[in-house]
Ligand binder design. Sequence first.
Ligand SMILES: NC(=O)c1ccc[n+]([C@@H]2O[C@H](COP(=O)([O-])OP(=O)(O)OC[C@H]3O[C@@H](n4cnc5c(N)ncnc54)[C@H](OP(=O)(O)O)[C@@H]3O)[C@@H](O)[C@H]2O)c1
Length: 240
Amino acid sequence: MQYYIITGASRGLGKALAEAVLSYPDTKVLGVSRHATIEHDRYQHQPLDLSDMEALQNNITKIFPAWSDADSITLINNAGVLGEIAYVGEQTNEHYNFVFDVNLVAPAMLMNTFLSAYSSLNVPRTVLNISSGAAQRPVDGWGAYCASKAALEMLSQVAQKEQDLRGSGIRIRALAPGVVDTGMQEQIRGADEQSFSEAERFKALHQDDMLAASDEVAKRILNWLSNSPSEKVVARIDTI
Ligand SMILES: NC(=O)c1ccc[n+]([C@@H]2O[C@H](COP(=O)([O-])OP(=O)(O)OC[C@H]3O[C@@H](n4cnc5c(N)ncnc54)[C@H](OP(=O)(O)O)[C@@H]3O)[C@@H](O)[C@H]2O)c1
């Protein structure tokens, strides 16, 4: 059985990834998010708020069971938030906790627990951290989002280096999925120019039908993962 743990599986790219995985035989998905929206006999849901660190600590072992029939195990850290779009200095301080917890601290804890829980297995193991082009360029109004994704990319590179030094064979990748037609893009289009100078550009991308469909992006990502992605740890969808 090929096992996938996917955070943010209730909608957007995470749901598309879960459904794409389930379209193949011999797969099982454990989805982690606040809401459960997938009904499938090979889907199991772990309700969890990834901004609630206490809940995460209390439930984290449930996410990584000992699967004795595993032929492979993949963790996809997909859940992510932009938080309120506003300039640094015009934000609440709590915003930084919220965005960093969901986008960085929770994925780091999940990756850490995955590596520790499955280190002695001999089957292929992969961690895919969903990043963003915003990890590599400053976007006004998205400070915490950009910084959290940049940190997630570096953490992925460090973790891969460590796994290579250990000779574990575990693959860690970070992938920016491009501009995908999801609820996050709706939020971006709703931002005002005062807090986000690129608002008009993102509205135009939508009007001009330039957003990628989440199911297409999901298929491309799974195809890339199954065809042994290159040694490069950080990748962008247009280069895979
Ligand atoms: N869409 C794009 O254009 C784009 C571009 C670059 C990168 N990305 C990245 O792609 C990933 C998926 O984004 P998306 O566009 O699919 O976003 P989305 O449509 O807003 O979906 C976000 C997912 O994350 C989950 N989530 C949010 N807050 C959570 C929390 N506190 N606890 C647990 N789960 C939580 C949501 O589930 P619940 O609400 O049920 O909890 C939902 O399933 C994110 O990492 C995002 O940064 C997206």
